[in-house]
Design a binder for this molecule. Structure first.
Ligand code: PLP
Length: 367
C-alpha cells in the first residue's frame, strides 16, 4: 500500500471517555465520520455503548441503520421528500428547519406524519438553518394540529470563543424553549453545544446532550490546546529519489529554483489524494526516519516533492509521515492547517476516499 490513513482506536476511546465525563453525547459521524470511514468508527463507538448518532445525509443514516437496529440516527442536513417514507420505516429521524420544508413534509407523508421523528432546529445567530423565534407560535400550532413527533429542539453556536455572542445565542435558545413550554409543546430534549462550546464552557451549556464530532477524533476544538489524544496519521512512501543540481527548476513552472544541490524524494500523493496545493512555499514538511523533509515545488496531481538532502540513508519505498509521529518529531493537524490556511476538518475530509483507512489498536501507530 503506497498511501494510507491510520486511525488509532485506543485514542478515540480515550477521547470518548473524556467527553462522556463532561456530557451525554450524540456522536456526530457526518460526512463519513469526518472522512475516517463510518465502517471504521461506528463499531468503536457502538462497542463503547454509544447509541445516538448524527449524520449529514439520508444515505449515511441508511448505512448506519443496516449496521445497527438499536441506535437513534439524526439527519442534520436536508432530507429529500422522496426519502421520507423510508425514514419512517427505518426509524431515521430528520431535522426540520423551515416552514416551507415542514409544510412539504406534512403534505408528502399525509396521515403518516406523526410517525416521523423530528428534530426542530432554531436559528439563534448562525443564520444558516433554523426557525426564527418569531415563527415559534405558528410552529407550535402546526406541531399540535398535525400531532408531530418532536424528538428534540436544537440550535448551533457560530463562534464559541466569542463569549458575548454565545451568551446571546443561549438566551435566545432559552426564550424559544420557554415559548414552546408556554404553548404546552412536548419538545423532547434540548441540545446546542458541539465540541467547541463543550470544551470552552466545560459543561455549562450542555442541556440534555452535546453533539460532538471533532473532539472524538482528536481534532482540537479551540484555539488553545485541550490535550485531546491524536487519532489520525497519514503515511506515504518514497517512490523515487533524484539528485538535482543547484540552479535547476523543480516541479511545474519556473517558480521554484534550487539554491543548492538537492536530493529530491518523490511520494505518490498530490492534490487528487487530498494534499492541498496551498502548502507550496509555506514551510511545510513531511517526516522520514524522524527527520523533517521540506515540501518543495508545486504540488502535482498525484505526486509531491520533498527535499531529503538532510536525511541520511533514504531508500526507495521508505515510509513518509505526512500527519502524525516519526521518531521525536510530529506533524499535527494544526501544523497542516497553518500551512494550508484551512481548518482541521477540511484537511481530513478532503483526503481521497480511495486511500485506505486502517484502524489500529495502537501498536501500528507507535512504530
Ligand atoms: C458538525 C456539526 C456538529 C459537530 O461539530 P464538532 O465541532 O465537530 O463537534 C454539531 N452540530 C451540527 C449542527 C453540526 O453540523
Amino acid at each position: 500500500m503506497l498511501n494510507c490513513v491510520k486511525i488509532n482506536r485506543e485514542n478515540i476511546i480515550k477521547n470518548l471517555k473524556r467527553i462522556r465525563n463532561m456530557t451525554p453525547l450524540i456522536c456526530v459521524v457526518k460526512d463519513d465520520a469526518y472522512g475516517l470511514g463510518i465502517e471504521n468508527i461506528l463499531p468503536v463507538l457502538y462497542n463503547e455503548g454509544e447509541r445516538y448518532y448524527a449524520v449529514a445525509f439520508f444515505e449515511e443514516a441508511s448505512e448506519i441503520r443496516k449496521m445497527y437496529e438499536d441506535v437513534n440516527i439524526i439527519i442534520l442536513n436536508y432530507t429529500e421528500e422522496e426519502k421520507l417514507h423510508e425514514a419512517v420505516k427505518d426509524k431515521i429521524e430528520v431535522s426540520v428547519f423551515s416552514m416551507l420544508q415542514l409544510h412539504r413534509y406534512i403534505e408528502i407523508l399525509g396521515d403518516k406524519i406523526p410517525e416521523l421523528g423530528i428534530h426542530i432546529k432554531f436559528n439563534t445567530g448562525m443564520n444558516r438553518l433554523g426557525f426564527d423565534i418569531e415563527e415559534t407560535p405558528e410552529l407550535c400550532r402546526i406541531i399540535s394540529e398535525n400531532n408531530l413527533q418532536v424528538k428534540s429542539v436544537f440550535s448551533h453556536i457560530s463562534n464559541s470563543e466569542n463569549i458575548e455572542n454565545t451568551e446571546k445565542q443561549l438566551e435566545k435558545f432559552e426564550n424559544i424553549t420557554n415559548l414552546l413550554k408556554k404553548h404546552e409543546i412536548n419538545y423532547g430534549f434540548r441540545h446546542i453545544s458541539a465540541s467547541p462550546a463543550l470544551f470552552q464552557y466545560t459543561g455549562k451549556y450542555n442541556f440534555d446532550f452535546s453533539r460532538v464530532g471533532m473532539a472524538i477524533y482528536g481534532l482540537e476544538p479551540l484555539s488553545k490546546d485541550t490535550g485531546l489524544e491524536k487519532c489520525i496519521s497519514i503515511e506515504s512512501k518514497i517512490i523515487n529519489i533524484k539528485n538535482v543540481k543547484k540552479g535547476e527548476y523543480i516541479s511545474y513552472g519556473e517558480n521554484n529554483r534550487l539554491e543548492k544541490d538537492t536530493a529530491v524524494g518523490i511520494i505518490p500523493m498530490g492534490y487528487a489524494q487530498g494534499i492541498q496545493m496551498q502548502i507550496e512555499n509555506k514551510g511545510a514538511y513531511a517526516l522520514i526516519n524522524g527527520k523533517k523533509a521540506p515540501v518543495i515545488g508545486e504540488v502535482c496531481m498525484d505526486m509531491l516533492l520533498l527535499d531529503i538532502s538532510g536525511i541520511e540513508n533514504v531508500n526507495l519505498l521508505d515510509s513518509v509521515v505526512l500527519l502524525g509521529k516519526s521518531g521525536n518529531e510530529e506533524i499535527t493537524l494544526r501544523d497542516i492547517s497553518k500551512w494550508t490556511s484551512t481548518i482541521q476538518d477540511d484537511i481530513i475530509t478532503k483526503i481521497s476516499k480511495k486511500i485506505k483507512r486502517i484502524i489500529t489498536q495502537g501498536e501500528l501507530w507507535k512504530k
